[in-house]
Design a protein around this ligand. Structure first.
Ligand code: MEV
Length: 318
C-alpha cells in the first residue's frame, strides 16, 4: 500500500480528570464530530531530510503546544517502527489534518497519536489490537503530559461514553437522552503543567491528595449512577460540584468560571471545566429544549466555539 489512513476523534472528560492520574475512575465522552485524520506515506525526501511529520491543522494550534506534542509524535513513529520491525527503509511522511483545537482538554494530542498509529498500521498492513494501539498512543502521551493516566488514549477511540479506571474501560450505561454542550474558552492550558502544579500542591499540603481524590471518586460514582438511572438533575449537580473541586484546586480560570456561570444561568443542569484545566473548555449538561439558550449564553459569555454532543446515539457515529 502506498498510503495509510487513520482517524480518531476528540473527547471530553465528564468527571474524574486529575483524580484519574492517582488511580480514581473517570467518565469520558467521545466527540465524534471533532476529528483528526492522519495519512502516512513514503516521503520523496531522503532519510536526512526533514522529520517524519508534517502538520496541516484546520484548528488554531499554539506553536508551543504543537512543538511539545510533536516530540511525542516523533517518538511514537519511531516506537511503531521498532515494535513492528519496520526500521530502515524509505523515509516516512505523516500528514495530520486536525479540527481539534490544541490545549483545550479535548484530547488533541491523544487523538493525533491514535490517528497516526492507525495510519501506520494501515500503511504496513498490520492488524493492531486495541491494547497495542493504546500502548503506542501512551508512549507519546507520556512525553506530552508527563505521566498520563490513559483515559484520553482510550476515549479518542471509543464509540460511546465510557468509564475508565487504571487502564481498563467499560461502556457507560446511559438512561437519558440529554445533550452535552462543549464550549471553547479560546485559551489554551497545558495539561502537563496542570498535572505538575497539582502534584506539587499535594506535596506541600498533607492530606490534600486524599481529600481531592476521595471527593472526586465520590462525585464520579454518583454521577455514573445518575447517568445510568436517568436522573439528569443529579448528574448535573455532580458536574457542577466537580467544577467547584477543580476551582478550589486552582485549576480553573476567570474566563472558565464566567462560562460555567453563564451556562447555569441559561438553564444548564450542570456545568464544569473539562480536562487538564488552566484554560480550555467547559462542558454543560442541558435538556434538549434548553440547548439553544445554553449555547447562546455560552457564546455571549465569551465562548469562541461550541459543539453539541448528544448522550445517546453516539455509537451511530463510530
Ligand atoms: C486530561 O484529559 C486528563 C488528566 O486527568 C490527565 C490524565 O488523565 O492523564 C488531567
Amino acid at each position: 500500500r502506498s498510503v495509510g489512513i487513520g482517524r480518531a476523534h476528540a473527547k471530553a472528560i465528564l468527571l474524574g480528570e486529575h483524580a484519574v492520574v492517582y488511580g480514581a475512575p473517570a467518565l469520558a465522552l467521545p466527540i465524534p464530530q471533532l476529528a483528526v485524520t492522519a495519512s502516512a506515506g513514503w516521503s520523496s525526501h531522503t532519510a536526512d531530510g526533514p522529520g517524519e511529520l508534517s502538520y496541516t491543522m484546520t484548528g488554531t494550534p499554539s506553536r508551543a503546544l504543537v512543538t511539545q506534542a510533536s516530540d511525542g509524535l516523533h517518538r511514537l513513529i519511531a516506537e511503531f517502527r521498532r515494535r513492528e520491525g519496520v526500521t530502515g527503509g524509505p523515509h516516512l511522511e505523516v500528514l495530520l489534518d486536525s479540527a481539534i483545537p490544541h490545549g483545550r482538554g479535548l484530547g488533541s494530542s491523544a487523538a493525533s497519536s491514535r490517528a497516526i498509529v492507525l495510519a501506520l498500521a494501515d500503511l504496513f498492513g498490520r492488524e493492531l489490537t486495541e491494547d497495542a494501539a493504546f500502548e503506542l498512543v501512551q508512549t507519546a502521551e507520556n512525553m506530552a503530559h508527563g505521566r498520563a493516566s490513559g483515559v484520553d488514549a482510550r476515549a479518542v477511540g471509543a464509540a460511546a461514553p465510557l468509564l475508565f479506571q487504571q487502564g481498563r474501560t467499560e461502556a457507560l450505561a446511559v438512561g437519558w437522552d440529554g445533550l452535552f454542550i462543549v464550549a471553547d474558552s479560546g485559551t489554551a492550558g497545558s495539561t502537563k503543567e496542570a498535572v505538575q502544579m497539582l502534584r506539587e500542591g499535594f506535596g506541600r499540603h498533607p492530606g490534600a491528595q486524599e481529600r481531592f481524590v476521595g471527593r472526586a471518586t465520590e462525585l464520579t460514582w454518583t454521577a455514573r449512577q445518575a447517568l445510568a438511572e436517568g436522573k439528569p438533575e443529579e448528574l448535573g449537580a455532580r458536574l457542577t460540584d466537580y467544577h467547584d473541586l477543580m476551582r478550589a484546586a486552582g485549576l480553573s480560570t476567570n474566563t472558565i468560571d464566567t462560562l460555567v456561570e453563564g451556562a447555569l444561568w441559561a438553564g444548564a443542569l450542570g456545568a464544569k471545566i473539562t480536562g487538564g484545566g488552566l484554560g480550555g473548555c467547559v462542558i454543560a449538561l442541558a435538556r434538549p429544549e434548553r440547548a439553544r439558550q445554553v449555547t447562546r449564553q455560552l457564546h455571549e459569555a465569551g465562548a469562541v466555539q461550541t459543539w453539541v454532543v448528544p448522550l445517546k446515539g453516539l455509537d451511530n457515529h463510530a
